[in-house]
Design a protein around this ligand. Structure first.
Ligand SMILES: *[C@@H]1O[C@H](CO)[C@@H](O)[C@H](O)[C@H]1NC(C)=O
Ligand SMILES: *[C@@H]1O[C@H](CO)[C@@H](O)[C@H](O)[C@H]1NC(C)=O
Ligand SMILES: *[C@@H]1O[C@H](CO)[C@@H](O)[C@H](O)[C@H]1NC(C)=O
Ligand SMILES: *[C@@H]1O[C@H](CO)[C@@H](O)[C@H](O)[C@H]1NC(C)=O
Length: 272
């Protein structure tokens, strides 16, 4: 072949253009690819979608995960404390392997892999609604959105403490229906295994009667190291969810195909 000296350059160009090509609707993104509105990642079974959204009227853009078919309700927000004001914000994986939201001027790391070395990762949105960042060789899960809940528990998530692995799972409400910024209400599991909602630092209500086992929750407890409810056996069809709303109400909901809406199986509020 002529012009052999060009080859590395050509290869670089080819690999760059291959790398930056993101097929809308696939479930995985790689380093070098970019996702910009209206492109999204869709889980392989089509249940969940990840992309940018702008709730209500505010002109702020967030990266989130929502039910793709069931009313598109947002279940997770990556940058609730750092909204972007521009609809051309990009999602990429940076050279450290972290998910990065940027708009050219500002950037925000949406993940928190604890590593000091630069590494390759890829991100996949699973059909459970979990976004996982993995090492492409070992397939080790380095970060997952299920460990950083927003205001919603999906089947497969936990609530409580696991000090061995350094996980603390809790919910923090949206500030209002149109504002995913952290609101005043939080849901935590206390050391007695009881779900407690706080209004900022003040206990708001707790529910000793909530029979979470009937919703598939299993309580794991070991003195001083962990105490958490795992919703692993919670209806794996993915049509149930537990939501702490902006008014401090905790709702366990299941999808009703007849009404095309989320019906409350149980709703707990303020039994001071
Ligand atoms: C959006 O804003 C307009 C005018 O500011 C208002 O009329 C409309 O009701 C708002 N919509 C929502 C969903 O808040
Ligand atoms: C977003 O990514 C696209 C494609 O890679 C690029 O052309 C554009 O400049 C990026 N926009 C911003 C705001 O970084
Ligand atoms: C990331 O993890 C480090 C160490 O675990 C922690 O100190 C830091 O606050 C975390 N940052 C975010 C944004 O979660
Ligand atoms: C939550 O606490 C704030 C004060 O920190 C108070 O103003 C507000 O009324 C409380 N909300 C409810 C629903 O009790």
């Amino acid at each position: 072949m002529r012009g052999n000296w060009l080859s590395p350059f050509v290869c670089l160009l080819v690999s760059l253009s291959l790398a930056s090509e993101f097929t809308n609707g696939t479930d995985t993104m790689w380093q070098g690819q970019t996702i910009t509105q209206p492109n999204t990642i869709t889980s392989s079974g089509g249940r969940f979608e990840l992309g940018f959204f702008s709730p209500g009227n505010n002109s702020k853009y967030y990266l989130g995960i929502w039910h793709k078919v069931l009313t598109q309700r947002i279940v997770w927000v990556a940058n609730r404390e750092a909204p972007f004001s521009c609809d051309s914000s990009n999602l990429t994986i940076n050279s450290d392997g972290q998910l990065l939201i940027s708009n050219g001027r500002l950037s925000y790391e949406a993940t928190n892999i604890t590593t000091r070395i630069k590494r390759k990762t890829f991100a996949t949105l699973l059909d459970s609604g979990n976004l996982v960042l993995q090492d492409p060789i070992s397939l080790e899960i380095l970060w997952q959105s299920f460990d950083y809940p927003t205001d919603t528990i999906l089947p497969g998530m936990n609530l409580g403490h696991d000090t061995i692995n350094g996980n603390f799972w809790s919910l923090v409400s949206w500030r209002s229906q149109d504002d995913p910024a952290p609101g005043s209400f939080s849901l935590r599991l206390n050391s007695d295994g009881i779900l407690v909602v706080h209004n900022r630092s003040k206990p708001y209500w707790h529910d000793t009667s909530l029979d979470f086992e009937s919703y598939g929750g299993v309580y794991y407890n070991s003195f001083n190291t962990y105490g958490y409810i795992s919703w692993n056996s919670f209806d794996t069809s993915g049509t149930m969810q537990m939501v702490l709303d902006a008014y401090g109400e905790l709702k366990i909901q299941s999808w009703s195909e007849d009404d095309k809406s989320w019906d409350a199986l149980e709703s707990s509020k303020c039994s001071h």
